[in-house]
Design a protein around this ligand. Structure first.
Ligand code: PMP
Length: 361
């Protein structure tokens, strides 16, 4: 048995993979694979519209918001946001980790970036909202709800005093319910909680569509994507099909409330093992902002002992726990606990952490 704790592309529900395998050569009664179908065919149209509708159902998306499937990854959307929304030539960026840093860097190509708070030296916390400096002239306020590399997650939705709020939910979308109406735009790459890599789900408020800069590439123009029901050009049809199966799986498992409850249980187990280790394991993140999705930690000493960590990772692999190595920029260990990772999986890891600590103290 292998348990995949990878940060993305990440574990998919086994039930979904079995379904994909079953129908791989013959989808429905078509005699062909979804991979081989025209994106203009009736069979595919059904898969496509069901997947778009499932996003609306699961997230309770109000009518004045559009759901788009776009390509170019989360990184492509960093640029698309600027090109479509930066009407005033300036935007606010909250930088709390690796991914919001990259988004702000991209935005600086298109206009003025106002850093809402000074960029922290280490990404371990979220500065108190009372210290934020929002620009009333900003076209939007941008933040990353869950920093995948650093393990920093927002437990609150920022108050932007009416300026459209834009959020990167690439690594925690569909892991908890939230109020869509607080946002102007929400986006998330598929490869963590949603499906295989290759699509980004964008949910955008209607009135923010239609202002793209004239130089915006057609495929990054929200208006074009929306007008063509995310079928302007050939979409990654197979990815959208698998995503649709993941959406059905989420519904069967109890929706976002169930995903959230599981995420809390799983992450608590790992944080508890860290807490109970007398400093053998350390997580640098402020306890108030610790992620339910990605738990980065060091082993052996507060700054990490690479030989101990390497032994930890080898031992974990022997027991079938894979992709636990920390991001190359921060080192150490990272346990990613997306929707498809079960509570039982997290228990196996927590038990291993406890045993490893006991044999090294
Ligand atoms: N935002 C976050 C929070 C991410 O974790 C990632 C990728 N892991 C990205 C954006 C970039 O996504 P992509 O690699 O699809 O461009």
């Amino acid at each position: 048995m292998v348990i995949n704790f990878g940060a993305g592309p990440a574990k998919l529900p086994e039930e979904v993979l079995i379904e994909v395998q079953r129908d791989l050569l013959n989808h429905g009664q078509s005699g062909i694979s979804v991979m081989e179908m025209s994106h203009r065919s009736k069979e595919y149209a059904d898969i496509h519209s069901k997947a778009l509708q499932a996003v609306r159902d699961i997230l309770n998306v109000p009518d004045n918001y559009k759901v788009l499937f776009m390509q170019g990854g989360g990184t492509g959307i960093f640029s698309a946001i600027c090109m479509n929304l930066m009407k005033t030539g300036t935007a606010d960026y909250c930088v709390t980790g690796t991914w919001s840093t990259l988004a702000a860097k991209e935005a600086a190509k298109y206009g003025k970036v106002n850093m809402v708070f000074p960029k922290p030296e280490k990404f371990t916390t979220i500065p108190d909202q009372s210290s934020w400096k929002l620009d009333p002239n900003a076209s939007y306020v941008y933040y990353c709800d869950n920093e995948t590399v650093n393990g920093v997650e927002f437990p609150f939705i920022p108050d932007t005093k009416g300026v459209p709020l834009v959020v990167d939910m690439s690594s925690n979308m569909l892991s908890r319910p939230f109020d869509i109406t607080k946002f102007g735009l929400i986006f998330g790459g598929a490869q963590k909680n949603i499906g295989p890599a290759g699509i980004t789900v964008v949910i955008v408020r209607e009135d923010l569509i239609g202002n793209a800069m004239p130089t915006t590439p057609t495929i990054l123009d929200f208006k074009v994507t929306c007008a063509n029901n995310s079928l302007y050009n050939t979409p990654p049809t197979f990815i959208i099909y698998v995503m649709g199966l993941v959406f059905e799986w989420i519904k069967r498992k109890g929706g976002l409330d169930a995903m959230h409850e599981n995420a809390i249980t799983k992450s608590k187990l790992i944080y508890q093992s860290i807490k109970n280790s007398n400093g053998f394991y350390t997580c640098p993140v402020d306890v108030r902002y610790r992620s339910r999705m990605n738990v980065p930690f060091r082993a052996g000493s507060a700054s990490g002992d690479e030989s101990v960590e390497s032994e930890f990772l080898k031992g974990a692999e022997k027991l079938g726990m894979v992709q636990l190595k920390g991001h190359r920029s921060v080192g150490g260990i990272r346990a990613s606990l997306y929707n498809a990772v079960s509570v039982e999986d997290a228990i196996v890891l927590a038990n291993y952490m406890n045993e490893f600590y006991n044999s090294h103290k």
